[in-house]
Design a protein. Structure first.
Length: 313
């Protein structure tokens, strides 16, 4: 396989990352993602304000970070819920901070980042329940948060895209759109692109098998809320944008999810990023394609938020 000079530069850099004092493979995965994001994301954009709060959910609290874009003041702003990737076992506020800042400013929307519970400490459906609970809570408390409850979308990347898909199955009638960035749509890892990219770059099959094993209990392996490839009824799924990367083992699964949605009557736009690898959204310090993807999601968000505003007139 042929990679561009910039991708080769990134891959050589990734080979040199060593997780500091990793205690086990799980700790290594979490620290590796943090290091990759910090080292490759580039300079972080300033936003107007960042707030953090905890949302009560039964016997635990769900941390949430709210990004308010620069140049936007006052209430009744559009909002986007962001669900992060990391194979359901890694990721959090800092791994996606640079991406979310860009999204806030480009979409001119409040971004609400959900720090959901991770496996293996909290296997499915804990993380999904957190995402659904926060989405419902945000909609119910929209006025006090200074956002328009009628103009809310959702974005997820990788594992977060799988979670976003499930949230939309449950609450899509309350959402204006969803954007799925290289979604982790299938737990079988048996596609042609998984065969081609079994050993990377960025992802590898043994790591994927281990992550799904940690995330998904045996009795839940055919649960379509965990595995988007199994969804047959997309119910109230809103208009969807899917972003796919060429050199990504998840590519074929993402294509299949797109086709399944279209066949179910969902309005789907799919964009293919040539030469890109999985996780390229974390590589904005080197790749121009990151801003291109941000701009595309912003355009998609603006389009569907404007449709919402027009329908209320």
């Amino acid at each position: 396989m042929q990679f561009t000079p910039k991708i080769n530069q990134i891959l050589h850099h990734l080979e040199k990352i060593q997780s500091f004092n990793a205690q086990n493979s799980l700790d290594d995965t979490r620290k590796y993602l943090e290091a990759m994001s910090l080292q490759l994301s580039g300079k972080k954009e300033p936003v107007r304000m960042i707030e953090e709060l905890n949302i009560a959910a039964g016997d635990h609290q769900i941390p949430v970070r709210i990004y308010r874009p620069k140049g936007i003041t006052g209430g009744n702003s559009s909002a986007i819920i962001y669900i992060h990737g990391g194979w359901f076992i890694a990721g959090g506020f800092e791994t996606h901070d640079a991406v979310v800042r860009k999204l806030a400013n480009a979409t001119e929307s409040v971004i609400i980042f959900v720090d959901y519970r991770l496996a293996p400490e909290h296997p499915f459906p804990a993380g999904l329940n957190d995402c659904i609970h926060v989405t419902d809570w945000i909609i119910d408390h929209a006025e006090s948060l200074g956002i328009a409850g009628s103009r809310i979308g959702i974005i997820g990347d990788s594992a977060g895209a799988a979670l976003a898909t499930a949230v939309s199955i449950q609450l899509g009638r309350k959402l204006k759109f969803q954007a799925l960035i290289y979604p982790a749509a299938n737990n079988h890892l048996e596609s042609k692109t998984w065969e081609t990219y079994e050993n990377g770059p960025v992802l590898n099959k043994p790591g994927g098998v281990e992550a799904w094993k940690w995330y998904l209990p045996e009795e839940e392996k055919n649960n379509s809320l965990a595995v988007p490839a199994l969804i047959q009824d997309f119910k109230d799924t809103p208009p969807t944008l899917i972003l796919l990367a060429e050199h990504d083992p998840l590519l074929d699964d993402g294509k299949q999810l797109s086709e399944n949605m279209k066949n179910a009557g969902v309005s789907v736009s799919t964009n293919f990023y040539h030469d890109m690898v999985h996780g390229f959204m974390h590589m904005g310090g080197i790749l121009d394609e990151v801003q291109q993807a941000i701009d595309q999601m912003a355009s998609f968000a603006h389009k569907h938020f404007e449709v919402s505003m027009e329908s209320q007139l």
